[in-house]
Design a binder for this molecule. Structure first.
Ligand SMILES: Cc1cc2nc3c(=O)[nH]c(=O)nc-3n(C[C@H](O)[C@H](O)[C@H](O)COP(=O)(O)OP(=O)(O)OC[C@H]3O[C@@H](n4cnc5c(N)ncnc54)[C@H](O)[C@@H]3O)c2cc1C
Length: 501
C-alpha cells in the first residue's frame, strides 16, 4: 500500500491562530508529520485578543501546559464572566457568569423554579444564585478546591483567562519549536496551485524559498492569503446583523486590583471592552463607522480609561462574517482568515481551538475525502452561526432608543433560528441547546434576563413542588453561594500568592 498519510503541513501565519495550530498539531501528530510555520515580522500580528472562555483550559490541558506558568508568562488574570453595562437600558448592569446557576431539581433546570418565585417577588436577581456572578461582583477568585465535598460550588469553578496576546504567541512558539515545528521568517509572495485539481502545491517566499506541503493551514489573518486570495472561496457578510466594523484599542495603566471579569460597556454606536491584566488594562471601542466617526470613537475611548494610556491607540477594520468554506481543497482556514465576529463574548480564540479540534478529529489522508471536508464545513458553519445569533441577541434585546445605532439594532430583522430561540424563551423560559453549539442554557438565560426578556410563564411542572419547597431551594442555594463567596480570597490576593508574573 502506498503511504497516503499527510506528512507535510505548512502553516501560514504566526499570530494566535498559527501558533495554537502549530502547538496542537505538533503535540498530537508530532512524529508523523513535519510542520513548518512561516510568518512575517514585517507584517506583524493583530495583537489584540486578550479575553477567553473556559474552554481554553482544556486546550492547555491537552497540551500539558502548566497553568501557573502560563498565567505568569502571559501577565494573565482570571475571568469568571463578563459584566455588561448599559446594554438593555442606560444604567443597567448585569453579569454573564460562566458555570452553573443553582442546581437542577427533578427534571427541570433551576431557572424554572426561580422564574416562579421571581414573578411573585420572592426571589433575588438570578445572579445571586450563580457562584461566578456573586464572586465576580465582590472581586473574589479561586480555582476549584480539592478539599471540599464534591457537590460544593467550590469544587467545580468555571473560569477563563485574560492574557497578553503577544506574550501568548511567544509562549506557544517556544512550546511548538521545542516539539519540532520549524519556523521560517519571510513573506509569502506567491501561492502555487496544482494544474490538475487546483489544490495548493506550494507557497513561495519573497526570498525565493519554496515550501511544499500536503496540507496547508491558512492563519494569515483577515486577508486570507490562501483561502481567499489563492482559492477564491468567498465570504458571507453579516454586517446587516452585526453592524460594528471598526475598533480602536489602547492599553492603560491599572488603577486598582484587577477585576476577575471582563467589562463590556454599551456606548453610542457600539461598545467598549475593559480587560485587566497584571501589568496593564486592555481597552477598546468596537463601533459602527456608519454611525460614528473615528475621532468621536477615539475621544470616547480615551475619556473612559481607568488610568493613563500606554502607547498609541491601534485602529482596526473588519467585516463580520465567515468564509463560505472553512476547508477548501487542501487548505483549512483558522483564526481571522476563517471569519470574524467581534469579541463581545470572547469567542475568536475559542473558534480557533474548536477548528483545530475538528481538524484533528477529521484529519484526512492525501486523498482529501470530500466526506470529511463537508462534515468539517457544516459543523464549523453551524458553530459560527449560533455564536453570531448569540451576539446579535445582545444588540437586539435592548430598550435603548437614544442613538440611531440602537434604534437600528432594536428594529433590525433577525435570523430565523434566533427569532425562534427568543420566542420560546419569552413564552415560558424554555431553551434547547442545538447539537454542538457553544453557549449553553445558562449563558442564553443570563443574557436574555439581563436584557429584559422575561418569560410570560414558567414550566407547568414547577407547580408540582409546593411553594414552600421551591422557596427553600432558592434560599438554600443563595445561602450556600454567599457562604462560598465569603470563603474565597480576593482575585488580586490569589494572583499574588500563586501566579504573579
Ligand atoms: C478588535 C479586536 C479585538 C479582539 N479581542 C479578542 C478577545 O478578546 N478574545 C478573543 O478570543 N479574540 C479576540 N480577537 C480575535 C483575535 O485577535 C484573533 O482571533 C487572534 O488574534 C488570531 O489572529 P490570527 O492569528 O488569525 O491573525 P493575525 O494575528 O493577524 O496573524 C496573522 C499572521 O499571518 C502572517 N502573515 C500575513 N500575511 C503574510 C504573508 N504574506 N507572509 C507571511 N506571513 C504572513 C502575519 O505575519 C501574522 O503572523 C479580537 C480581534 C479584534 C480585531
Amino acid at each position: 500500500m502506498p503511504d497516503r498519510h499527510i506528512r507535510n503541513i505548512v502553516i501560514v501565519g504566526g499570530g494566535t491562530a498559527g501558533w495554537m495550530a502549530a502547538s496542537a498539531l505538533s503535540k498530537v501528530l508530532g512524529p508523523q508529520c513535519a510542520i513548518q510555520l512561516v510568518e512575517s515580522e514585517a507584517i506583524g500580528t493583530i495583537g489584540v485578543g486578550e479575553a477567553t472562555v473556559p474552554h481554553l483550559k482544556l486546550f492547555n490541558q491537552v497540551l500539558e501546559i502548566d497553568e501557573i506558568e502560563f498565567v505568569k508568562q502571559t501577565q494573565g488574570t482570571f475571568k469568571l464572566g463578563i459584566e455588561f453595562v448599559d446594554w438593555g437600558r442606560l444604567g443597567d448592569r448585569y453579569i454573564h457568569g460562566f458555570g452553573s446557576i443553582g442546581h437542577d431539581y427533578g427534571l427541570l433546570p433551576f431557572h424554572q423554579y426561580w422564574l416562579k418565585m421571581f414573578r411573585a417577588g420572592r426571589a433575588a436577581d438570578i445572579g445571586a444564585y450563580s457562584l461566578n456572578t456573586a464572586a465576580a461582583a465582590r472581586g473574589k477568585f479561586m480555582v476549584s478546591a480539592s478539599d471540599v465535598p464534591p457537590n460544593s460550588p467550590l469544587a467545580n469553578i468555571a473560569y477563563a483567562y485574560h492574557f497578553d496576546a503577544g506574550r501568548y504567541a511567544v509562549f506557544l512558539r517556544r512550546y511548538a519549536e521545542a516539539r519540532g515545528v520549524r519556523r521560517i521568517e519571510g513573506r509569502v509572495a506567491e501561492v502555487a496551485l496544482r494544474g490538475e485539481d487546483g489544490f495548493i502545491d506550494a507557497v513561495k517566499l519573497d526570498r525565493g524559498e519554496r515550501l511544499t506541503g500536503d496540507l496547508f493551514i491558512d492563519c494569515s489573518g483577515f486577508r486570507g492569503l490562501l483561502i481567499e486570495e489563492a482559492l477564491h472561496t468567498g465570504y458571507e457578510d453579516w454586517s446587516h446583523w452585526l453592524p460594528c466594523d471598526r475598533a480602536i484599542a489602547v492599553a492603560c495603566e491599572n488603577a486598582g486590583p484587577p477585576t476577575p471579569f471582563t467589562r463590556s460597556t454599551a456606548r453610542a454606536a457600539g461598545w467598549q471592552w475593559r480587560i485587566p491584566l497584571q501589568h496593564r488594562c486592555g481597552n477598546g471601542y468596537v463601533y459602527s463607522s456608519a454611525h460614528l466617526s473615528e475621532d468621536e470613537a477615539l475621544q470616547t475611548l480615551l475619556a473612559n480609561l481607568d488610568g493613563r494610556p500606554l502607547g498609541d491607540p491601534r485602529k482596526l477594520e473588519f467585516t463580520t462574517g465567515m468564509r463560505k468554506k472553512f476547508w477548501n481543497k487542501n487548505c483549512v482556514a483558522l483564526g481571522l482568515a476563517s471569519g470574524f465576529m467581534e469579541p463581545l463574548e470572547s469567542t475568536s480564540i475559542y473558534l480557533i481551538q474548536s477548528g483545530i479540534a475538528r481538524l484533528l478529529n477529521l484529519m484526512p489522508d492525501r486523498d482529501f475525502s470530500p466526506v470529511l471536508i463537508d462534515r468539517y464545513n457544516t459543523q464549523a458553519a453551524f458553530e459560527f452561526e449560533r455564536i453570531r445569533d448569540f451576539l446579535i441577541l445582545h444588540y437586539h434585546a435592548t430598550e435603548r432608543r437614544d442613538t440611531a445605532f440602537w434604534r437600528h439594532c432594536s428594529s433590525m430583522s433577525l435570523p430565523e433560528p434566533l427569532v425562534e430561540t427568543i420566542r420560546l424563551f419569552k413564552d415560558s423560559g424554555r431553551f434547547f441547546r442545538n447539537a454542538e453549539e457553544m453557549f449553553a442554557l445558562t449563558s442564553w438565560v443570563q443574557v436574555m434576563l439581563g436584557q429584559h426578556i422575561v418569560p410570560h410563564q414558567y414550566h407547568p411542572a414547577v407547580d408540582l413542588v409546593p411553594d414552600r419547597d421551591v422557596a427553600g431551594l432558592l434560599d438554600s442555594v443563595r445561602s450556600v453561594i454567599a457562604t462560598c463567596v465569603e470563603a474565597m480570597p480576593m482575585h488580586a490576593q490569589f494572583i499574588a500568592r500563586h501566579c504573579a508574573a
